[in-house]
Design a protein around this ligand. Structure first.
Ligand code: WQD
Length: 339
């Protein structure tokens, strides 16, 4: 049994990982500033797990709060989800992204070291690969070519973790590069609840299907792909959560710096995602093909062999379950957590 601090544990991926950790017999505490999460998630976690998860409202950049929390609980590890993640916003407000994502991670690691906590699992992203011409992507593919501050901030934290682990063998540093998280817990009680207009594809498609949006704008129909629309590696959020459990358990001892792709290894196009959601929801989703979104790449999907070999982890959920669970969450919670 491990005692684990999840920063950003009230968010979409964090909350699903909290459930997976508790179901695996671990103890969890959540630190979250609620800047992109709803306090209602705590009640939903209780309904799903029967547990009152200790929650501390606060920001990882608050050194005093972080030090108090780390000293109070005696954690074995930290899983660091807290961070900003909107690509477009990062271009408009780079300082906000470097302060939250890079400065926040540095403060976290400094306070962890002072508290004698030396295992960190970090929420990174396939966006660090930038517009790689080589797919499927392995962890040894060139990274750091990303063209937006969000992706750059993720890569900078990866480099900090690498260098700190190199300098001090007490550290066990694990980077998890997510591909495209989708879906929701099968209870329909927690899921992705973007503030305002969804940036990501599937929440937008679901909002069209439930009647909240008129139609989907398909960003580009002229990519070098089978149907001309962008191809991505969509992975069920519960598979992603299980990947975190395997990672924190596998690398509890032994130190070092480790990177894993968490993807399915299968790419689907935008139009294939539209069709799949229509089948799950039995609803037509209107769309219009519009010009490409600046910064988008044509194709991105994972080679997740390393996670299978070392962590004993492999994505289990197929496209149909991703859509069924997404639709259940969206149709049962058309206003997200705003009850
Ligand atoms: C997927 C595909 C779009 C919206 C980004 C980040 C990544 C992670 C996930 C944080 C693309 C197309 C989308 C729409 C569309 N971020 N699309 N109409 O850009 O692959 O990845 O989000 O966790 O780090 O880089 O995800 O969902 O925005 O786009 O046609 O309204 O859907 O062009 O092909 P992306 P996405």
């Amino acid at each position: 049994m491990l005692k684990i601090l999840t920063t950003g544990g009230m968010g979409y991926i964090g909350s699903h990982t909290v459930i997976a950790l508790l179901e695996s017999g671990h103890e969890v505490v959540i630190l979250d500033n609620l800047s992109n999460a709803n306090i209602e998630v705590l009640a939903r976690l209780k309904k799903i797990t029967g547990r009152d998860v200790p929650f501390i409202e606060g920001d990882v950049r608050n050194r005093e709060l972080l030090a108090q929390t780390l000293a109070r609980y005696g954690f074995d590890a930290v899983i660091h989800f807290a961070g900003l993640k909107a690509v477009g916003e990062s271009v408009a407000e780079p300082m906000k992204y470097y302060d939250n994502n890079v400065n926040g991670s540095l403060i976290l690691m400094q306070e962890m070291a002072k508290a004698g906590v030396f295992q960190l699992v970090f929420s990174s992203s396939a966006t660090v690969y930038g517009d790689s011409k080589v797919v499927p992507l392995t962890e040894s593919a060139e990274a750091g070519k990303t063209t937006n501050p969000y992706g750059a901030s993720k890569y900078m934290v990866e480099c900090m973790m690498r260098d700190i682990a190199q300098a001090d063998e007490r550290w066990s540093m694990v980077v998890l590069r997510y591909f495209n998280p989708v879906g929701a817990h099968e209870s329909g009680l927690i899921g992705e609840a973007p503030n305002g207009t969804p940036n990501n594809l599937l929440p937008y498609i679901c909002q069209v299907a439930v009647g909240k949006r008129e139609f989907l704008s398909v960003f580009g129909g002229d990519y070098p792909t089978p149907d001309g629309t962008g191809v991505r590696d969509y992975i069920h959020v519960t598979d992603l959560a299980d990947g975190h459990v395997k990672a924190v358990q596998t690398h509890q001892h032994g130190g070092g710096f480790h990177i894993y792709n968490l993807g399915t290894g299968i790419g689907y196009s935008v139009l294939e995602m539209v069709k799949a959601l229509e089948q799950a929801a039995q609803v037509k989703v209107g769309y219009q093909i519009v010009p490409r979104r600046p910064g988008d790449i044509a194709v991105c999907y994972a080679d997740a062999t390393l996670a299978k070999q070392i962590l004993g982890w492999q994505a289990q959920c197929g496209l149909e379950k991703m859509m069924q669970d997404s639709w259940r969450w969206q149709s049962q919670n058309p206003n997200g957590y705003d009850v």
